[in-house]
Ligand binder design. Sequence first.
Ligand SMILES: [Fe+2]
Ligand SMILES: [Fe+2]
Length: 187
Amino acid sequence: MKLEALTENQRWLLSFYRTSEISGALFFGRLAKSLPPGPIQTDLTKHFADESQHSWYWTRCLQNLGVEPIKLETAYQDQYISAAGMPANIMEVLGITLVFEKRVIGQYALHRQAKDLHPEIKSTLDLIVEDEKWHIEWVTQALKNMEAEYGKDHIDKTLKNFSDADKEVYQKTVKEHEERISGILKF
Ligand SMILES: [Fe+2]
Ligand SMILES: [Fe+2]
């Protein structure tokens, strides 16, 4: 396989991932700082450390491919709050997190199937996806543990609302950047 240089659109997409990982790290980092001791504080601290690493992995990946990351103003999650509303408690925070993490892993899986995927991008995706699996796992378990307090139906309903909001944001994002990504990913 002949390895082509990174196109400007590929550079943009990897930079978009990098920016979203940074936004995730900052969000979970702030949360980890504000929580009292306990299992959620522990897991969120590890979670935030992972997202920081992911932004570094994309930075390194771009540089290994001979380009610098583009400085982008917005991240994928930026429209979440306006679409879904501000999470009102820790259950809702974890709910929106679970929906977001599933989106991330789905997006990375989609990218993994891209035609002529560069090995550098492939190995970065594989590295990150391992962590993202754990993110989904621990948040799913934490939400399960909250069923006694919040009620299973209420939690399911919250997840459904956030999931609808996520679909809206994703479709909007794909549409907005269609020109850049349609040549790379097949939806
Ligand atoms: Fe991540
Ligand atoms: Fe994650």
